[in-house]
Design a protein around this ligand. Structure first.
Ligand SMILES: O=C(O)CCC(=O)C(=O)O
Length: 244
């Protein structure tokens, strides 16, 4: 039984919360099938900004905008049982802003530099978050996301373009918190994390033989607005390394 009050409390204090068994194994299997079908049958007819490839030029690193390109994912992200929880966390009526994947394929999956998502989202107040659902098992070795708990409380930190396709903007200075002191979000399929858009996080490359596929849902409260300064800084970075 999901404890929404505990989730809200942990989210407010830490900026990230892990929720076991958020999706059933049946839903995880359904998601995997639909992603495979979408890649096989639909992706080639979508615009270039529907995906980012790994450095080999052929393996998928990310799928973007699945909510726009695929009705199954748009519906999944708007189910009332999730929206009721998200509403509490974003302090208002939630809006599904994006559905995407971080595939982190075995041996090929690249790292994600330390960043705050609001450098991409550019929203004030920062009532925006990501629900990150494990489709594969997520281990320390295959590239679990590491979070610095509580770092959302210091607001936005200076950024710099990262030059990484799919993660074009990162922190100007990497925080001095050893990995051993960060929250390593190991997950079983169907488990999830929810993280605030200003909590610092990163993930390493996948040097194992196990794929680490995550499906992400991004929400904001309908009351948030785009900050012009954050937007100008992001536009500069993403223009150098499109599409995200
Ligand atoms: O899945 C990952 O490795 C990174 C995810 C991430 O950076 C994000 O959710 O903002």
């Amino acid at each position: 039984m999901r404890n929404d009050n505990q989730i809200l409390n942990d989210y407010q204090n830490d900026g990230v919360v892990r929720i076991r068994n958020f999706f059933s194994q049946e839903t995880v299997a359904e998601i995997r099938n639909e992603l495979e079908r979408y890649i096989r049958e639909d992706l080639s007819s979508k615009p270039d900004d529907a995906r980012t490839l790994e450095a080999d030029g052929k393996t998928i690193r990310n799928l973007w905008r699945l909510n726009l390109h695929n009705p199954y994912f748009e519906e999944l992200g708007q189910r009332p049982e999730f929206m009721s929880l998200i509403a509490k966390l974003v302090k208002g009526e939630p809006l599904l802003k994006g559905v995407e994947t971080f595939n982190k394929p075995a041996r090929i999956g690249s790292g994600v530099p330390p960043h705050q998502d609001n450098a991409y989202f550019c929203q004030v107040p920062p009532d925006m978050l990501t629900l990150w659902v494990a489709i594969d098992p997520v281990t320390k070795e295959n590239g679990a996301v590491h979070f610095i708990k509580g770092s959302h409380q210091q607001g936005m930190l200076p950024t710099k373009p990262s030059g990484v396709a799919g993660n074009s903007i990162g922190l100007a200075e990497v925080p001095d918190v050893p990995k051993s002191k960060q929250f390593c979000a190991t997950l079983n399929p169907g488990d999830a994390t929810i993280h605030h858009c200003e909590v610092i996080h990163e993930s390493g490359p996948n040097q194992t033989d196990q794929s680490r596929l995550g499906l992400l849902f991004v929400y904001r409260g309908t009351h948030t607005q785009t900050d012009p300064q954050l937007k100008a800084t992001y536009t500069e970075a993403v223009t150098a390394t499109p599409p995200a």
